[in-house]
Design a protein around this ligand. Sequence first.
Ligand code: S0N
Length: 277
Amino acid sequence: MQVAWQDVKPYEDIVYQKADGIAKITINRPHKRNAFRPKTIVELYEAFSNAREDSRIGVVLLTGAGPHTDGKYAFCSGGDQSVRGHGGYVDEGGVPRLNVLDLQRLIRSMPKVVIALVAGYAIGGGHVLHVVCDLTIAADNAVFGQTGPKVGSFDGGFGASYLSRMVGQKKAREIWYLCRQYSAQEALDMGMVNCVVPVVQLEAEGVQWAQEILQKSPIAIRCLKAAFNADCDGQAGLQELAGNATLLYYMTEEGSEGRQAFLEKREPDFRQYPWLP
Ligand code: S0N
């Protein structure tokens, strides 16, 4: 399925496009297997925030540019090790950052569906990025894995705890302790991806899934996403779910009566509304 992508704004490390209710965000550092530096994350955060704010957009596709000139594909190979310093990944101002954690939270909490389209490597922090997306479509050449204990890092947040919800405690511990690489089929078998397609079909499949989702009720999807998150995210998850309840309440006549009465300087009349069973 083809769509006519329109560039939203030029960036250095990503490409950000939109078409027909879908946003597509592409990490564009194929010479580094699409590893992210702090600037990449700043750009990703801005693009995701823009997609969140745009009420025409219901689905975001997150992918990696490729193949590189050596013919290899990557979704993302995690933090750029060449700028890792003491205390994080060092930005252009010399400040060490772990700003990918902010991006993970935005992807999880934004009330739009985020689909990872993974061709080639999804490794380290790149693997965590696909884990926090709502859905993952893998190309048949996708390779999944964590490297933390091999390269001197670890993500004990969503990268460990949410992964274990997805694949189970034993498998999650295996993934992190052994730092092996897994094929698309193995990822499918452990429930880490939704489907596997030939690499040439990856984007078309993502667009097809997006178009199916866009036929559905935005508020139903929004509340479902918050409900799935609430199961894992403690008070922050409850806040998200409850925020949606408030949004819906504001849309009712009963909710409006309270505001209207205040503005009209009268007592509210809630007796006209039933105490439903
Ligand atoms: C992806 C791998 C397996 C691909 O192997 P392949 O195909 O053999 O290619 P290479 O020759 O290795 O790579 C090609 C070129 O790309 C560069 N490159 C690849 N990955 C990175 C990277 N992550 N950073 C910088 N450069 C990278 C290579 O150097 C090579 O360049 P040239 O041609 O110039 O030599 C393989 O490349 C691989 O294993 N890569 C490293 C994967 C990795 O360890 N990633 C980092 C893991 N850690 C994180 O992601 C941390 C995330 C984070 O921010 C965080 C968040 C929360 C809490 C904690 C943390 C934390 O800091 O840990």
